[in-house]
Each structure stands twice: as structure tokens, then as C-alpha cells.
Write a protein that binds this ligand. Structure first.
Ligand code: H79
Length: 447
């Protein structure tokens, strides 16, 4: 009898723990909830590479990869440490720009492939404390995020072109011997210990965003081990799929269930269709580079960026939009302007993005749709990119009864006519927004 009771208690404990840790698809209460609601975050690529600002020896197409793309010897690259002095850096200002743009989280490079650490690390001198600046940038940002209710997250490269134990060397690096190098030691004594610092010294961390996992030295077994290790450090942290070997190219989705990672990471692209029940986040630059490149003027317009955010939300994904700050600690003016324009749009239309799920329609020619459950009913947000010339918006028919239609900016009611295979909504003559106006449909029941 006693034995049965103990068994039941053990079973219940294990079962309830399994529920708390559930990382399954949308629906259940789990550690992905805040991230799914957030929909929009800021990526920040910042490090020593901001000093050369994309230029080396007359070539101007570099950025955060510059040590490799320009084949800069290690000692030469180390010279940037003395030049990195971002005196204009103001963590509160950065965080406010993200917040005013409508972003809910920030992912910043604690360490990129070059190995330079933006934080005070006990395990290397190749960090911010060796620069004239000597201020822990991650600490200042984490504190500022705390004040503004923004979730701080780290991008941490597995690949490391600086640490002597990291393998392989770049094939052009003939001057760096591999003698005595020990990849296991790199993982156990360096990578993991830095991750303990990053999860131990800065409060709650939202996401650990790994990268550089495609190198031959990184294996599925190492991915599983690192995933479990990080969850052991903070049990509600979210970890991207680049911790393991399951990422399928730049399209970024995970190949199969055996691979770890809480979300897919399409890079510089938006999947043609989302995948129900699968979490993913598109990361994208505003121009052509992640790190600061002073020559790159191929900026996407604010309208394009707003439409990309909407497109991604309509497919059930998140948008991680990048800023590459300058070496003085300021954002490029073009980025500031775009963040402001997106923020102006989000001030009015944010509700049509946050906490929404993918569109019930597969193709609509005039724009996109997002969806939200409101009590026992459903609210559809019709995002109109191309305002119809006859001011009549055609929507595919719904099985559920359409209760009301509104123009979102101002909430004026709109007349509609339900036909057999479609709904026609009467729109005003001019779109309320230049890039994307939103019409709300309140529908009875759950769609
Ligand atoms: O930090 C930014 C870039 O510096 C970094 N990721 C973003 C977020 C990045 N590192 N490398 N790349 C982007 C491009 C790498 C592409 C490839 Fe591969 C690596 C081509 C082959 C190996 C990944 C794995 C893509 C295809 C297979």
C-alpha cells in the first residue's frame, strides 16, 4: 500500500515537472510564451569590427567577418582592442530606441566569431575590460533592459577565431599552430564557463542565440550536451536551433525531432509559408551587413521593414531586426530613422502584431492577415499593403459569422457584404497609413 502511494507520488512529481518544462507547440503554458507574444526583437552586432567599419586595405565589403574576409593576422586584429573606445555609448538610449520601435527583446553579440567579448570575462583578456572603455557593456544593457521591461538575450558564437584551443583554424591562418590545441578543453573550460558567467552575472536572460555550429568540430552530441547544460544554468531560458546540427542552411528550420533547439532561425529570408506548431524567428539586416559598414547604403525602406514584420507575424514567426552600431557607441542615423518609423506604426497597430498567430488564409493578394483569440471569439487583422482602387476589399469567405468590421486607426466601423465565397468590405478612399493599414474583423467563435 505504502509502496503504491510512493509510486503515485513519484509519478505525479515527474509528470508535473514534464508539464512545466513542456516546450511543445503553441497552446500550452510554457517558457516560450513571452517570446511568442513578443513577435519583434532587436539584434545588435557590435564588437572590434566596428573600428575598421568594413574597410581593409582598400576593400570595403567587410563587417563582423572582417578578420577572415580580409585575412587579418591575429596580432594585427588584437590592435583594435586599444582603439575600441565607444565614449558615446548610452545603454538607456539604445534600449529606449528598441522599446520605442515596439521591440520586446534585444539579442546582442556577447561574442562573435572573432572571439572578442563585450563583457567582463574572467576567462579571457580579449574582452571589453582590456579596451580603454573598460565598462561591461552587457551589464549596462542588462540593467537598462530591466528598467524598461525589455528582455535581454545573448548571441554567443560557438566558433572562435581567437582562442588557442578552438579548432579548426582558418585555412589561410598559417601562422597559428594547432600544436597542443584541445577542442574539448575549449568547450569545457572556456565556452561553458563563459556561458555560466553570462547566465550568472546579468539576471534573467531570455534567449541564448548560438551560431557557428556548422564547423566540423561541432557535433550533434555536443549540441545536446550544450543545450542541457544551458537549461541547467537557467531553466526557463530559450535556446535557438544553432546549438545543434539540425539547421537546414540559411532557411534555418530544424531538420528533425532528434535535434535540439527551441526555434528555427531563417537568416535574411522569410519562409514562403509558416509551419503550424513550429516556432521560428527570421533575423535580418536593415542594409547588407550585420556589423557596421560605413560604405553600405543599401538600406531597406521603413515601409519594406514594416511589411516584413507583418509578413512574418502572418506566418507565425518572430522578426529579429539588426542594428550594427558604430565604434563611437551610436546607432547609424539610417537605423535610428527606420526604428522611429516602425515605432510610429507600432504605436497605432502594435495590437495587430503582439500575441497574434498565423493567418487562417493562405494567399491574399492585397496583403496579409494575423489572428487573435478574444474570449470565445476571434479577431482578424487584415493588413492592407495595396489599397484597392475601388475601395472594396475582398476577403475569402469565413465559416463563422462576421460580427463587425473596423478601420483600426480610429476604430470607425466599416460596412461589409457577405457573399457565397467572399466578404466585401467598404473602405474609405484614402488608406490611413502609407505602408500598411489594418482592418479589424470580429468573428464569432474560434477560427
Ligand atoms: O552573425 C551574423 C553572421 O555573421 C552570421 N550569422 C548572422 C546572424 C553568419 N555566419 N556565417 N554566416 C552568417 C554565413 C554562413 C554560411 C554558411 Fe552554411 C556556413 C554556409 C556554409 C556554412 C549555414 C550552414 C548555412 C549553410 C550551411
Amino acid at each position: 500500500m505504502k509502496k503504491t502511494l510512493v509510486t503515485i507520488i513519484i509519478f505525479l512529481t515527474v509528470f508535473s515537472t514534464a508539464c512545466v518544462n513542456d516546450t511543445g507547440g503553441p497552446g500550452g503554458e510554457d517558457r516560450m510564451d513571452w517570446w511568442r507574444d513578443a513577435r519583434f526583437g532587436m539584434f545588435i552586432h557590435w564588437g572590434l569590427y566596428a573600428v575598421p567599419a568594413g574597410e581593409w586595405d582598400g576593400t570595403t565589403n567587410h563587417a563582423e567577418w572582417i578578420r577572415t574576409t580580409a585575412q587579418i593576422p591575429l596580432e594585427t586584429y588584437d590592435g583594435f582592442v586599444e582603439q575600441f573606445n565607444p565614449v558615446a555609448f548610452d545603454a538607456d538610449e539604445w534600449v529606449k530606441m528598441a522599446k520605442n520601435a515596439g521591440m520586446k527583446y534585444i539579442v546582442i553579440t556577447s561574442k562573435h566569431h572573432d572571439g572578442f567579448c563585450l563583457f567582463d570575462s574572467e576567462y579571457t583578456d580579449f574582452d571589453i575590460m582590456s579596451t580603454p572603455f573598460k565598462r561591461d557593456i552587457l551589464k549596462e544593457l542588462a540593467d537598462a533592459c530591466d528598467r524598461e521591461d525589455i528582455v535581454i538575450c545573448w548571441y554567443h558564437s560557438i566558433m572562435d577565431w581567437h582562442h588557442p584551443d578552438y579548432l579548426p583554424r582558418r585555412n589561410w591562418e598559417t601562422d597559428r599552430s594547432t600544436e597542443g590545441a584541445d577542442f574539448d578543453r575549449y568547450v569545457e573550460e572556456y565556452l561553458k564557463k563563459q556561458l555560466a558567467e553570462l547566465t550568472g552575472n546579468y539576471g534573467r536572460i531570455g534567449v541564448l542565440w548560438f551560431d557557428g555550429e556548422w564547423e566540423d568540430t561541432w557535433t550533434h552530441e555536443r549540441g545536446v550536451d550544450l543545450y542541457n547544460y544551458v537549461l541547467g544554468l537557467q531553466d526557463d531560458i530559450i535556446i535557438n536551433n544553432r546549438v545543434d546540427k539540425g539547421r537546414q542552411g540559411m532557411a534555418g528550420m530544424t531538420a528533425g525531432d532528434e535535434f535540439r533547439g527551441d526555434f528555427g532561425t531563417p537568416e535574411q529570408e522569410i519562409p514562403a509559408r509558416g509551419l503550424p506548431g513550429v516556432d521560428w524567428e527570421t533575423c535580418m539586416t536593415m542594409n547588407n551587413h550585420w556589423g557596421y559598414n560605413k560604405f553600405d547604403d543599401n538600406w531597406k525602406s521603413s515601409g519594406e521593414l514594416i511589411q516584413k514584420l507583418v509578413d512574418i507575424a502572418s506566418k507565425g514567426g518572430n522578426f529579429l531586426l539588426n542594428v550594427g552600431p558604430k565604434a563611437d557607441g551610436t546607432f547609424p542615423q539610417e537605423s535610428i530613422e527606420r526604428l522611429k518609423a516602425i515605432g510610429d506604426w507600432m504605436d497605432i497597430y502594435g495590437e495587430s502584431i503582439y500575441g497574434t498567430t498565423a493567418s487562417p488564409f493562405s494567399d491574399i493578394e492585397w496583403g496579409r492577415c494575423t489572428k487573435k483569440q478574444v474570449g470565445k471569439n476571434t479577431r482578424l487583422y487584415l493588413h492592407v499593403f495595396d489599397w484597392p482602387e475601388d475601395n472594396k476589399l475582398t476577403v475569402p469567405a469565413l465559416e463563422n459569422k462576421l460580427k463587425k468590421a473596423f478601420i483600426m486607426d480610429g476604430m470607425a466601423g466599416a460596412d461589409f457584404e457577405v457573399q457565397d465565397d467572399r466578404i466585401i468590405i467598404d473602405l474609405p478612399e484614402t488608406p490611413p497609413d502609407d505602408y500598411c493599414s489594418v482592418i479589424i474583423l470580429d468573428v464569432k467563435g474560434i477560427l
